[in-house]
Design a protein around this ligand. Structure first.
Ligand code: IPM
Ligand code: MN
Length: 351
């Protein structure tokens, strides 16, 4: 029997509450689909930082590399200055574990939850492949004359041929395997960012020659956001850089019904990957048992598929879909008609 080692970083705010529901579903899936797993919980997050002044212990990266997957709740604490935990934990893990893909499916499960007029589940079903290790997130830049009237703040987008190419290759492979229309769109800004997206576009066009079965397309990032709202049915798979991917996937989450349902995977195809609900720590709802755990449960579905338990992953996703369609009044925290734990129970029952 397969036996997986899964690291759990429940993190801050509502992270632990939604992770608990995800783990409930994981336990049920292991029963039903005959696999075993061990979990190891890490307490990284705001509380630990406030207590110890340590964001991430030095041993963390090495240890995490020994797992089959990482399950993350949320990082971000109201008493910690913005940036410390995000950079010190989330981005550090993405970078040091070389999770160079951020895979974010955007799928509308039920039209009741779509804020767009006349859009149906068949219209909103695409995936964003976000580069996850470079670009503006690399943190390159400097202040000049800080604090003076002549201050300059420089923030550089760092794009390497190797980094861009591995991301684009992943996107083509992903489109070939999972794309419904076998269409890959490069989202960029070639009309203004004439260094970064020149490299992206050249690389994209070169790699495209190896994938003649895939239709390719290009859209500027501003136009992409317009079409997410106007014609989301045009998209199948989208590949883009780290910053644009960050921005467009929040819009993606909204058109699929909100943060309560959006899950993502930080993927190192050759190493250890990390799965998370993309919604954040939601301090305002912490401890109230009202937050929607479906995004965290959907992240478990992605995790299962990544480790090779496709059947289990698909079954969890189907159970999420069914519960969402047949039970939930709304996907927003406090409006679901059920508590966080009840929603977890409903998914287990459905499974
Ligand atoms: C996300 C988040 C992170 C990001 C933050 C918390 C650093 O917004 O996962 O999209 O910008 O990547
Ligand atoms: Mn984001």
């Amino acid at each position: 029997m397969k036996n997986y080692k899964i690291a759990i970083i429940a993190g801050d705010g509502t992270g632990p509450e939604v992770v608990q529901e995800g783990l409930k579903v994981l336990a049920a899936a292991s029963q039903k689909f005959d696999f075993k797993y061990q979990t190891h919980a890490y307490d990284f997050g705001g509380e630990r930082y406030l207590r110890t002044k340590e964001v991430l212990p030095d041993s963390a990266i090495g240890e995490l590399k020994t797992f089959n997957a990482i399950y993350l709740g949320a990082i971000g604490h109201p008493d910690v200055k913005p940036g410390i935990l995000e950079k010190g934990i989330l981005l550090r893990l993405r970078f040091d574990l070389d999770q160079y893909i951020n895979l974010r499916p955007v799928e509308l499960y039920d039209e009741r939850f779509c804020p767009l007029k006349n859009k149906k589940p068949e219209d909103i079903n695409f995936t964003v492949v976000r580069e996850n290790s470079e670009g503006l997130y690399k943190g390159l830049g400097e202040f000049q004359n800080k604090g003076t009237a002549n201050e300059v703040a420089i923030q550089i987008s760092h794009n390497t041929r190797k980094g861009v190419e591995r991301c684009i290759r992943y996107a083509f492979e992903y489109t070939r395997k999972h794309g419904k229309k076998k269409k890959l769109t490069l989202c960029g800004k070639t009309n203004v960012l004439t260094f970064a997206f020149d490299l992206w576009e050249r690389t994209f066009n070169e790699i495209a020659k190896e994938y003649t079965d895939i239709t390719t397309d290009y859209a500027h990032v501003d136009a992409t956001t317009m079409w997410f709202v106007k014609n989301p049915e045009w998209f199948d798979v989208i590949v883009t850089d780290n910053m644009f991917g960050d921005i467009i996937t929040d819009l993606g989450a909204m058109i699929q019904g909100g943060m309560g349902i959006a899950a993502g995977g930080n993927i190192n195809p050759e190493g250890v990957s990390m799965f998370e609900p993309i919604g954040g720590s939601a301090p305002k709802y912490t401890g109230k048992n009202v937050i929607n755990p479906l995004a965290a449960i959907a992240a478990i579905a992605m995790l299962l598929r990544q480790v090779g338990e496709d059947k289990a992953g698909n079954a969890v996703e189907t159970a999420v879909k069914t519960v969402l369609r047949t039970k939930l009044k709304d996907l927003a925290a406090g409006k679901m008609g059920y508590s966080t734990t009840q929603v977890g129970d409903l998914v287990v029952k459905e499974l």
